[in-house]
Design a binder for this molecule. Structure first.
Ligand code: HEC
Length: 217
């Protein structure tokens, strides 16, 4: 190695050390020199970053007032007796009553309603069995506290009840979405019908509710 190469070599070494040292910054808020920064620094705003483009300086924008999620099922009835009556008058279950929907209704009923209303809807669920709460009226033979027989409750009245609750029964709007509420409504009708059928005592006890209640297996 001659002298010139040595000089060149140590010159390069010095240069790279200068670059290395000067590319670090003491300020932790500054990244120092970055190689192709736009590869990892996108110009878009981060969710909670301050944003001068908007009056409230928030980057996390709310949906425009009145926006509705795709597929949203409207329910414009207030939580009142009038809302209950109006829903009961206007609404029909939009889902077809078939084995699949009833099975889903039964599954949801088992998870969200059975502990109070009982497996067959007679108001004898596990929670009622503790004796600490008055039993809800039977779907088939009870009387609604808002008037009329339970078995005559319309789709809309049941749906309204699931959504807002009534007295001791809490609202279930946060537990079950609209589609699920309609499927439960379908199943409640099924329980009301099954319970309202003439007692199987007559002649053959095996025939009675089986085929009328698809999902009761
Ligand atoms: C914490 C116990 C409890 C749970 C859970 C519960 N209910 Fe009730 N439910 C009641 C009681 C108590 C009543 C009677 C309330 C009253 O009329 O004072 C009632 C009343 C009803 C009525 C009659 C409403 C009317 O118009 O008179 C329906 C229908 C009903 N429940 C359906 C359901 C369905 C469906 C579920 C599950 C999504 C459910 N309930 C969950 C306790 C419960």
């Amino acid at each position: 190695m001659n002298q010139n190469t040595m000089k060149l070599f140590s010159g390069l070494l010095l240069l790279s050390m200068v670059v290395l040292v000067s590319s670090c910054s003491k300020d932790p808020g500054k990244p120092g020199y970055e190689y192709m920064p736009d590869m990892y620094r996108s110009p878009s705003y981060k969710t909670y970053e301050v944003n001068a483009l908007f009056a409230d300086s928030s980057s996390a924008r709310l949906p425009v007032a009145g926006s509705v999620p795709r597929g949203y099922i409207f329910f414009n009835y207030p939580s009142s007796n009038e809302g209950y009556e109006a829903a009961g008058r206007d609404l029909k279950n939009p889902f077809e009553s078939n084995a699949v929907n009833l099975a889903e209704g039964k599954r949801l009923y088992t998870n969200f309603c059975m502990h109070c209303h009982g497996e067959t809807g007679n108001g004898d669920g596990q929670l009622i069995g503790t004796g600490k709460f008055p039993p809800p009226p039977s779907y088939s033979s009870g009387v609604s506290s808002r008037g009329g027989n339970m078995r005559d409750l319309t789709d809309g009245k049941i749906y309204h009840t699931i959504t807002y609750g009534i007295n001791l029964m809490g609202p279930h709007a946060s537990q079950v979405n609209p589609e699920e509420r309609w499927k439960i409504t379908m199943y409640v009708h099924e329980l009301a019908k099954a319970g309202a059928a003439p007692a199987p005592a007559a002649s053959d006890s095996t025939a009675a509710p089986k085929d009328s209640t698809v999902a009761m297996n």
